[in-house]
Ligand binder design. Structure first.
Ligand code: FNR
Length: 349
């Protein structure tokens, strides 16, 4: 048993985790057609409540943020009530759970939310190639560059969704600022060519992320606010050497905001990025002095070693948690893990 993982971790005065293993956010596309979480989802999360902290699957803040079928939301009373059942089930088992707040930006499609209910918004009018998941006839649209008014309403809607998360019983929120979705689209040069106060310079490109963070802190407090970031562009996104300066600037601004943590977004943390001088987690560690959650193809042992080597403070586990609802108990007892297989995504077990 890697002992490091099983020591409690004090995030701040509000939250102490029972162990250092987080369940990574994992989209499963199994909310009902009103994007309300179901009892099956509550059972699924409750089975994993012995994680030090669960991060919920990405949860959209408003209809035009939707890019995948049946992803849950946090903007209607029915969705809040559905999440109450989930958070209660996790709390009843002694667990903690944050909501991951999501807007997919240019990865959204009116197929999901209806032409009459919004437009596809992004930092700039730069689209992605390809067809939307589960509907191979529909290609991604060229997004509209968000106006200053659009940006103000997005910031307000992130804050409302955070407030709704607390009403639904979540212990906090993780802002999804990673993996090529809306916030990340402002942070990378390949998809932000704005020339106003949200583009062109690192300070400007970091502004939307900081405004979202500040609006959420104002609603629910910094102890309950975290963010996921992908300094290494990799998903739906082209890397650009200039991105480094944007993240340098953003991380400097986050330091005094005393967030609960910053969570790296990456599939395999062995990936190296020239412009980050190596692994994304090493880059984060150098630029930011507070709690960092590492992730990306780690095992309990390699993740524990990385914590011992001061690479990060907490370990998030994704695919292995899909394959092993009892991941924490198995690791604690030294039992063999079931291998992950994409076929497991068909059912919530
Ligand atoms: C993911 N990942 C992900 N990330 C995120 O920020 N929000 C999400 O909703 C999802 N959804 C999701 C679904 C599925 C099926 C997979 C496999 C992954 C990424 C995930 O949180 C994690 O970063 C990666 O899986 C890498 O960690 P592991 O799996 O190597 O431990």
């Amino acid at each position: 048993m890697p002992a490091t993982l099983f020591t409690p971790y004090k995030l701040n005065d509000t939250l102490t985790l029972n162990n250092k293993i987080l369940m990574a956010p994992l989209t499963r596309c199994m909310a009902d057609d009103d994007l309300v979480p179901t009892q099956t989802m509550a059972d699924y999360y409750a089975r994993r409540a012995d994680a030090g902290l669960i991060i919920s699957e990405a949860t959209i803040i408003r209809p035009d943020g939707q890019g995948y079928v049946n992803t849950p939301g946090l903007y209607t009373q029915a969705q809040i009530d559905g999440w109450k059942v989930v958070t209660q089930a996790v709390h009843d088992k002694g667990g903690k759970i944050f909501a991951q707040l999501w807007h997919t930006g240019r990865v959204a499609h009116p197929f999901f939310f209806g032409e009459e209910n919004g437009e596809v918004l992004s930092a700039s009018n730069i689209g992605i190639e390809g067809t939307i998941p589960r509907n191979r006839d529909l290609t991604y649209q060229e997004p509209k560059a968000a106006t200053i008014e659009d940006i103000a309403s997005l910031v307000a809607d992130y804050a409302t969704a955070a407030d709704n998360a607390i009403k639904a019983g979540f212990d906090g929120v993780e802002i999804h600022g990673a993996n090529g979705y809306l916030i990340d689209q402002f942070l990378h040069y390949s998809c932000n060519n704005r020339t106003d106060e949200y583009g062109e310079t690192p300070e400007n490109m970091a502004r939307f992320a900081v405004e979202v963070i500040d609006a959420i802190i104002e609603k629910i407090g910094s102890d309950r606010t975290a963010i996921r970031l992908s300094p290494g562009a990799y998903f739906n996104m082209e890397p650009d050497n200039r991105d480094r300066a944007v993240f340098d600037t953003l991380l400097k601004q986050l330091e005094p905001r005393d967030l609960a943590f910053i969570h790296l977004g990456i599939f395999d943390d062995a990936m190296e990025f020239d412009y980050l001088d190596g692994q994304a987690s090493s880059y984060l560690r150098k630029q930011y002095n507070q709690t960092i959650v590492g992730v990306g193809s780690y095992t309990a042992q390699t993740g524990s070693d990385a914590i011992d080597n001061n690479q990060f403070d907490l370990l998030a586990i994704g695919r292995a948690f899909i394959a092993n609802p009892d991941y924490v108990a198995k690791v604690r007892d030294g039992r063999e893990l079931t291998a992950y297989d994409d076929a497991m995504l068909a059912e919530l077990v």
